[in-house]
Design a binder for this molecule. Sequence first.
Ligand SMILES: *Cc1c(COP(=O)(O)O)cnc(C)c1O
Length: 401
Amino acid sequence: MRKEFLPFCRPSITESDIAAVGDVLRSGWITTGPKVQELERMVAVRTGAKEAIAATSGTALMHLALTALGIGRGDEVIGPSMTWVSTPNMVELMGARNVFVDVDRETQLVSSEAIDAAITPRTRLVIPVHYAGAPCDLDAIRAVCRRRGVPILEDAAHAIGTQYKGREIGGEDTAIFSLHPIKNITSGEGGVLTTNDEALASRIRRLRFHGLAVDANDRKQQGRSPQSEVEEPGYKQNMPDMNAVLAVRQLPRLDSFIARREQIASAYKKRLAEIEGILPLADPPWPHRHARHLVVVRVDERASGIDRLAFTEGLKERNIGTGIHFLAAHTQRWYREQRPEWMGRLPNTEWNSARICTLPCFPDMTDDDVTSVVDAIKDTISQARTRVPGGRNARAGVTAP
Ligand SMILES: *Cc1c(COP(=O)(O)O)cnc(C)c1O
C-alpha cells in the first residue's frame, strides 16, 4: 500500500510559477491589468476566437453570459443534468428553467437528437458540456440549433485544449473555460469566455466591472479611464493579475500536460480492462483530441461485486483519493424538492450518477502512482468479494436506479 495519500487531482505549480506570482505582488499592480490582458490575448490566439474575457470563475462567466443574453423568467435553457451544479444553478437564479436532456450512457455527452427533441417555443439557449474533456458532436448540434434558431453556449470547463474535427474548442460558438485548480490549467480561481460576437463581448466586459463603459482604449491600458460612467448596473467579477499570471505561465504547458494525461489515461484503460465491472467511458466516434481532464469509471456492482461507496472507501483506506463528477444536478436536494418532475426521466444520467468514480489523473503523477491505483482497485475488489458471501457487497449508501 502506498504511504502518502494520492489526491485525484493536483495542479502543476513550479517554482518559477510561484516566482511569477511574487513578481506581480511586488509590481504594485495586483488587480486586473497587464497580466489579464496577456491571458485574454493568449486564449484568443489559442482558440482562434475574436474575443476572450477573463473573470473570477467559470460560474461568474456563466452568470455574466446569461445576463448579457437576456435569459430570464419564462425562458427555457437546455443542457445536461450530468454537469457541475453551477450551470443549472445560474439558470435557476436568472428565473429561467432548466430543461435537462439525457446523456449518452457510454460517453456522458448530449446528442443533437436529444437537444432537438427538447426544444420548445420557450427555448432561449442550449448549453452542451464537453464532459471530461471530450467534445460533443458540435457540427450536429450547431445544425439543429441553427435550424431551430437557438444560440449555443458551450460549457468548456473541462475542455481547454480539446479539439473537435481538428478545430480548437472555443473558436466558433461562445464558450466558457474554467481555471479552477482541478481543471487542466489554473489561475487559482478563474475562467475565460471566448466569443466571436463582439456586441456580446462588450456587454460582458461591461457587466464584469460595475457596468462601466469599456472601450477598446481601456483594454490597452492598465485598468480603466477614471472618467468612465455606469451604462447599466453591473457586477464585480474581474480577475486579478496575481491570478492571471499563473494561467499565463500554465497555458504554454497545456499541450505537455495533456500529453501526460493521455499516457496516464491509456495506462488505466489497458490495465483496468481485465477487471470485471469497472467500466471506462467510451471516447466519442467523431475525430477529436481529448483533453483527458477526468478519468472516469463506472463501478457496476452486479459485475464487480462492489458498490461505489465501498469502492471509494476501499481506495481511501489504501491512500487513494477519488471524486464524483458528477452527482446529477436533478438528483440533488433542491432540485429533487423544487423540480421533482425530472426524477426518472433521465435514465442514462441516473445510471451513471450512481456509479461514476473519478480516478487520480494529473500531469505530475508518476507511473508508480498509476500502478498503486490499479493495485488498490484490485485489492479493494478482491477483499469485497471474499468478505461477503456470493461476491456481492452488502454495504448500503448508494441507491442505484
Ligand atoms: C468546474 C466547472 C464549472 C465551473 O467552473 P468554476 O470556474 O469552478 O466556476 C462549470 N461547469 C463544469 C462542467 C465544471 O466542471
